[in-house]
Write a protein that binds this ligand. Structure first.
Ligand code: NDP
Length: 297
């Protein structure tokens, strides 16, 4: 039996923790900044709710975090709540935040001094993947710790990949999401132009999705969310903006010239500012439509 503490019951954390709650090999304790969310979760899934993050991690073999940005994790570890100090030597922090490689490495060093192993472990697959236990998890860090978290991740993921040293999971995640942003924006541009030319987007996507221009955006996001005008809120544009900025900054730090990624970062920064904190990432397409003075039809 593994004692697991899950900290951060947001759009991804909640369904991930819900898959761990009934697992026979896991004893789950949850904590969330907004206490009511943790209380509702604990009542629904019959698991323990800790009164503080420090209390949640005290007996944990594996602590899972899923916050918006790395700084949120680092602050919680070092802050007055004293989470790092409360964690057991020999335990693992499995950080499912889509974070940045440099902060991941800094946290790994700080925790390492306390004999706690840090793994950066961002996920992809969205809320639907988290609910169905079909996430992809990309992990950076110690290979023995990577092996030790497998029995827990087996409940949440269809694919778990060891990407390399600490920070490499965060790096792969940022670049994946830079591609996602580019696909959303460029597919939006293509369909705005085709709509203006009088060509049905359903027809255009039928062709594109059987051709070389296809992507997850064209195959899933546009048919399900844009053509229907449903635009469900599952992944905030604020978070995609953050991911593309991490990718752009990483490329710059590495002296790699990446005009597409830099432009995607500028466009999603604008989308974030114009659409606000709660808008979904696919709602960026509404800006492409505004700029092109044409709704996708
Ligand atoms: P949400 O905004 O839905 O949830 C964020 C969670 O973090 C909430 O539990 C929130 O608590 C908590 N939180 C926020 N700030 C702090 C803080 N300073 N200290 C403590 N707790 C905090 O985000 P998501 O679940 O969507 O995203 C989480 C991570 O997963 C992000 O890095 C994101 O990029 C990534 N991700 C998201 C996907 C998605 O489809 N949504 C897909 C793949 C990755 P409270 O309830 O109090 O607000």
């Amino acid at each position: 039996m593994l004692n697991v503490a899950y900290l951060g019951l947001g759009a991804i954390g909640r369904p991930m923790a819900a898959r761990l709650a009934p697992a026979g090999n896991v004893r789950l304790t949850v904590w969330n900044r907004t206490t009511g969310r943790a209380a509702a979760f604990a009542a629904k899934h019959a698991v323990e709710q800790a009164s503080s993050a420090a209390e949640a991690v005290r007996d944990a073999d594996i602590v899972i975090t899923c916050f918006p940005v790395s700084a949120d994790v680092a602050t919680l570890l070092d802050g007055t709540d004293g989470v790092a100090a409360a964690m057991r030597p020999g335990s693992i922090l499995l950080d499912c935040t889509s974070g940045d490689p440099a902060t991941s490495r800094a946290m790994a060093e700080t925790l390492g001094a306390r004999r706690i192993t840090y793994l950066d472990a961002p996920v992809s697959g969205g809320v639907a993947g988290a609910e169905s236990g079909r996430l992809t998890v990309m992990i950076g860090g110690d290979i023995d710790a990577f092996e030790r978290v497998q029995p827990v991740l087996a409940h949440c993921a269809a694919k778990v990949v060891h990407c390399g040293a600490v920070g490499s999971g965060a790096a792969v995640k940022a670049m994946n999401n830079a591609l996602l942003a580019i696909h959303i924006w460029s597919t939006g541009e293509a369909l705005v132009a085709l709509s203006k030319a009088g060509i049905s987007s359903a027809v255009a996507l039928d062709v594109i999705n059987a051709s070389s221009g296809r992507s997850n955006a064209s195959m899933n996001l546009f048919p399900e969310r844009v053509l229907t005008r449903a635009f469900p809120r599952t992944f905030r544009v604020a978070l995609l903006d953050k991911d593309v900025r991490i990718a752009a900054d990483l490329a710059e730090q590495l002296d790699v010239v990446t005009p597409m990624i830099q432009l995607a970062s500028q466009l999603f920064d604008s989308a974030h500012q114009l659409l606000g904190e709660e808008a979904d990432h696919v709602e960026a397409v509404k800006l492409v439509e505004q700029i092109g003075a044409q709704e996708i039809m």
